[in-house]
Every structure is written in C-alpha cells, then in structure tokens.
Design a protein around this ligand. Structure first.
Ligand SMILES: CC(C)(COP(=O)(O)OP(=O)(O)OC[C@H]1O[C@@H](n2cnc3c(N)ncnc32)[C@H](O)[C@@H]1OP(=O)(O)O)[C@@H](O)C(=O)NCCC(=O)NCCS
Length: 191
C-alpha cells in the first residue's frame, strides 16, 4: 500500500487549496455514482458547497491524481471538532477509472490514516446495493452490519505504531513532491 505512482497517476493527500480539483471530480461523477457516494441524488450546487467546506471540516482527502485532475477520492472525516474514537469515510472513483484497484488502494490509505489518529471505528455508509464497496471493505477485513436497508461498514483499525506513522509521513513527502512536479509540468505546458 505504499507505492505512489499507480496506473500512470499518483495517490496523495489533497491540500486544502485543492478544493476545486476535488469539486470538479465530484461534479464529474455520473448520476448513479453520485447517488451511491452521497446515498441520495445531489445537485451540482450541493456538491459545490460540500467541496468548498473540505478544508474547513479538517477532513483528510486522499486523491488519485492523473494528469493534474482528481479522478478518485477518499475522505476521512471527524465526527466532532477533534479526532475521536469514531470517524467516517467516503469514496468515489469516476466510472472510466473504476475496477482498476483505485478504490481498494484509497481505502488502504484511509484505514492507515484513521489508525494513526487512534480512530477505533470507521463508518462507511453505503447503500445495500453497493456490491463493489462491500467487496473492497471485505478485502480490508471490514465487518459489515446491516441497518434499515443501508449497510454500515464498521472497520476496527489497529492502533498506531512506529511503522504506520512513518509510512504515512513518507507517503506525504512523496505526495508533496508529486504535487510540485505536477504543478511544474502544467506551468511548462501552459508556457
Ligand atoms: C465504490 C468505488 C469507490 C470502487 O472503486 P473502484 O476503483 O472501482 O474499486 P476497485 O477496483 O478497487 O475494487 C472494486 C472491486 O469490486 C468488484 N466488483 C465489481 N462489480 C462487482 C459486483 N457487482 N459485485 C461484487 N463485486 C464487484 C471488482 O471485481 C473489484 O474487486 P477485485 O479487485 O477483487 O476484482 C467506485 O465504484 C465508486 O466510486 N462508486 C460510486 C460511489 C460509491 O459507491 N462510493 C461508496 C460509498 S461511500
């Protein structure tokens, strides 16, 4: 789970200033993916507000970035003002990039980030019909429990250790370098 360049792109944390890339990714989700992601249909303006609040909420967003565009994202969200025992996770991958292992890779990053913040329970609210999400959760040994037709995937990550903290820190350093390279490439192309 530590490789940084996959499928020609990069998986890295987004910076708070990259909310527009996150927004554009969510806006590109097709109708069905949007419904699966938010558990109901949402409008463009809902997504614009939601993405704008990404930085304010102190969420951690991992993204699959290809040619400067976010094509997949995983959010780890606090349930209160500070990181507590419980957190929520949500995932999205654009249709053209689905079923290539991006979602599985993103979930690995989110579980590690949760573990490093001593989160004990990670909730993923997804519709009962969301078989792909259940497959991915099972790959990460999630225990799923069913409630009122929805599926809540409850993952119990282990506590942090030296290696998990170092792995996230090294990942962040590589992600930073990839973001700078990406910016330089786009500036050079534009010139
Ligand atoms: C769910 C989602 C994030 C998965 O991303 P992804 O990049 O396609 O996921 P992966 O390729 O890593 O894994 C998908 C797995 O589901 C499997 N799968 C595909 N169709 C399936 C089905 N009908 N039933 C069961 N498993 C299925 C794939 O074979 C793959 O498993 P494998 O790697 O063992 O072959 C993506 O489909 C998505 O964004 N969906 C819309 C939004 C959403 O549902 N978000 C989750 C709610 S929070």
């Amino acid at each position: 789970m530590s490789e940084h360049r996959t499928w020609g792109g990069t998986i890295r944390k987004l910076w708070p200033k990259e909310t527009t890339k996150f927004r554009d990714h969510l806006l590109r989700l097709d109708k069905d993916s949007r419904r699966m992601r938010f558990a109901h249909g949402v409008s463009d303006s809902f997504i614009e507000d939601y993405a704008a609040r990404m930085g304010d909420m102190g969420s951690i967003v991992y993204a699959y970035v290809l040619d400067g565009e976010v094509r997949g994202a995983a959010e780890l969200k606090k349930l209160g003002d500070t990181w507590g025992k419980e957190a929520e996770a949500a995932f999205s991958v654009e249709v053209a990039y689905q079923e290539h292992g991006v979602g599985t890779e993103l979930m690995g990053r989110v579980i590690r980030a949760a573990r490093n913040r001593s989160v004990q329970q990670l909730y993923m609210s997804c519709l009962a019909e969301n078989a792909k999400m259940q497959t991915i959760a099972r790959k990460h040994e999630a225990a799923l429990r069913f409630e009122f037709g929805d599926v809540v995937g409850e993952i119990v990550p282990q506590g942090p250790n030296y290696f998990s903290i170092m792995a996230e820190a090294m990942d962040d350093r590589a992600g930073y370098l990839m973001a700078v390279l990406d910016l330089q490439t786009r500036v050079a192309k534009a010139a």
